[in-house]
Write a protein that binds this ligand. Structure first.
Ligand code: G4P
Length: 292
């Protein structure tokens, strides 16, 4: 089974972004550093062919730093796109964004030649957090006054530097089956679109293979990492459920509760700093995986 999800109004967002980029100097695509490829929207690429663009791998504080570095190099070398990683709750990394945009367009950013930057990204990647960190709540509020439509949200980051919020909602577009699972694990698609237990099992299977140590530290359900890695997925899931007390009357496992616990632990970083896809894996899914 794969996760299929087709929220509406994509054509309206496409048109709104297409219109907006005409007057934009740099387009930022913010993705989730734990799943950079799955949290991107391939539609943006088509719209941005003659634009300077910058990938921002946000939530880097939750992601595996080694893999984040791998992704940054992949974007720069393979895709020819400038890329930075950040935790948008903190102002110093957030300000690295201004520098990265200035490097892309050194001729812009003054009062007479202002730099206009558009920030795009699927819901929940952290766009509002970044804007609030950089602009401060007061400025963000001012632009949200009645009469200022969502399409016109513009924030002055410094003299001659303006940030525009995504017009409309840019939903993820799932092109390979595994991306659906990864988006669901991160909580980036509607809950009705997937089954928590299935997503938790997929996630656990991946963590077993790649993050056995972190998994064992969070859930001491085996004597050692080798034993944990060898557990069949349902057995691992059941041991975790019992360890964490996700039980129903009669000592039966409460699979829904156990799945929610595992997903919540992943989303909050309680299992550790984890990235659930690498550039190599993503290339393999594109080449051999189930295309949607
Ligand atoms: P959006 O505008 O792109 O839809 O995303 P938004 O800023 O609303 O962020 C979605 C969630 O991600 C928020 O958590 C936010 O705090 C969190 N977040 C954003 N950037 C980062 C980051 O760099 N690192 C980490 N660890 N988290 C980040 P929430 O629980 O939904 O809301 P809140 O209670 O934190 O406000």
């Amino acid at each position: 089974m794969s996760i299929q999800w087709f929220p509406g109004h994509m054509h309206l967002t496409r048109k709104a972004i297409g219109d907006r980029v005409k007057t934009i100097d740099v387009v930022i695509e913010m993705v989730d550093a734990r799943l950079p490829a799955s949290s991107a929207n391939p539609m943006l690429r088509e719209l941005l062919t003659r634009k300077h663009s910058l990938k921002v791998l946000n939530k880097a504080d939750l992601a595996d730093p080694v893999r984040t570095q791998e992704w940054l190099e992949w974007y720069q070398q393979k895709e020819g796109t400038a890329a930075i990683a950040m935790d948008s709750h903190h102002s110093a990394p957030a300000r690295a964004l201004i520098e990265a945009c200035q490097q892309l367009m050194p001729s812009r950013g003054s009062m007479d030649k202002p730099m206009r930057v558009l920030i795009c990204g699927i819901p929940n990647v952290g766009k509002s957090t970044l804007i609030n960190t950089m602009v401060g709540k007061r400025a963000a509020k001012a632009a949200n006054e009645p009469g200022v439509t969502r399409q016109e949200q513009r924030f002055a980051l410094q003299d001659g530097f303006y940030l525009f919020d995504t017009p409309g909602v840019l939903w993820p577009r799932i092109i390979v089956a595994q991306s659906g699972y990864n988006l669901a694990a991160a909580g980036s698609i509607g809950r009705n679109a997937f089954d928590d237990e299935l997503v938790a099992l997929e996630l656990l299977a991946y963590l077993q293979r790649h993050y056995g140590g972190a998994l064992l530290a969070r859930y001491p359900v085996a004597e050692n990492e080798a034993e944990l890695r060898a557990l069949p997925d349902h057995e691992l899931f059941e041991r975790i459920a019992r360890k964490r007390g996700a039980l129903l009357p009669g000592n039966r496992v409460n699979t829904q509760k156990a799945a929610e616990l595992v997903l919540q632990d992943f989303r909050s970083g309680a299992i550790g700093r984890i990235t659930i896809e690498t550039p190599t894996e993503f290339e393999e899914w594109l080449a051999t995986g189930e295309r949607l």
